[in-house]
Design a protein around this ligand. Structure first.
Ligand code: G1P
Length: 298
């Protein structure tokens, strides 16, 4: 299966940090956000990845280029840790392609830029500012792909329960239980989606189950994207395109398990949480940061 990462958003919620650099390149512990996402796709067995970029996003392309001069220099200076981390990045078993969304006209339009790349096959979409950290194997994205096949769906969405007062930040789903094969309890949150609405008010929200940044699509989704009208925020919304396909009864959703965490790095408070959590987990940064946090006596 091929993968598409959307990274064309302007990152206005992260200004001034994103004035001249992409939000996807902000570091979380030692790596930029988008590297976590590329690694996640690689772990799910995806080899061909298209990144949808736009204005001010060139640093993403530079990051995934190989840099033999830098590596040779590090080797000459015997910088062991840096060599290890750089080689891990350069040895990822993937091919990356890029396409630009010239005008930021919405997530649906961004995904439409992948039409030729996916070439009439099923594909994964990952939002470039959202990290999904899976503590257990198989990782969430692998489970999502498996469920897409099990449910014989046209679209399969990652889902997360959110506090209802935050529903105006997300696409929200109206669901019924998916009655498939019984699975281990922790992995049992599978749904069929009857309807969905982008960024509803609390009164409009049919549930507190939010779309959370990973999608598996059949190529028919492009037919629905072609038909979608301009929606919330004056943009063509992916949620609205998925909604148009609801008469097929083939929209499925898989809720994140407790061992699977979503980090939206598109706003400062959530970005800060991601930075702390991933830094605490890092074997070089973690111990010192932990001591520092203890001294703060929070
Ligand atoms: C996008 C989607 C929304 C989804 C959210 C998850 O919104 O349009 O349906 O719930 O990502 O983060 P954005 O955060 O780009 O405004």
């Amino acid at each position: 299966m091929k993968g598409v990462i959307t990274a064309a958003g302007l990152g206005t919620r992260m200004l001034p940090a994103t004035k001249s650099q992409p939000k996807e390149m902000l570091p979380v512990a030692k790596k930029p956000v988008i590297q976590y996402i590329v690694e996640e796709l690689e772990q799910a067995g995806i080899r061909d990845i298209l990144i949808i970029t736009g204005k001010n996003k060139r640093a993403i392309e530079d990051h995934f280029d190989k840099d033999p001069i830098l590596l040779a220099d590090l080797k000459q200076k015997n910088k062991v840790v840096q060599i290890r981390d750089l080689e891990a990045l350069e040895n990822l078993n993937i091919h990356i392609f890029y396409v630009r969304q010239a005008v930021p006209t919405g997530l649906a339009d961004a995904v439409y830029k992948a039409k030729e790349f996916v070439n009439d096959e099923e594909f994964v979409v990952a939002l470039g500012d959202t990290i999904i950290d899976s503590l257990n194997k198989p990782i969430h994205l692998s489970r999502l792909i498996d469920f897409h096949n099990e449910a014989n769906a046209l679209c399969t969405l990652s889902a997360e329960r959110i506090p209802i007062e935050q529903c105006n930040r997300y696409g929200i789903m109206d669901i019924e239980e998916f009655k498939g094969k019984p699975t281990p309890k922790a992995f049992n949150d599978k749904y069929l989606v009857k309807d969905l609405i982008e960024k509803p008010s609390q009164e409009e929200a049919p549930s507190n189950l939010a779309i959370c940044g990973r999608y598996v699509f059949n190529p028919e989704i492009f037919d629905y994207i072609e038909k979608v009208a301009v929606g919330k925020g004056g943009e063509k919304q992916l949620t609205d395109a998925i909604r148009l396909s609801r008469e097929t009864g083939q929209i499925a959703a898989l809720q994140l398990a407790e061992s699977e965490r979503r980090y939206d790095t598109g706003s400062f408070s959530l970005y800060a949480k991601a930075f702390v959590d991933f830094s605490l987990k890092d074997e070089e940064i973690g111990p010192e940061l932990r001591e520092h946090l203890k001294k703060l006596k929070l």
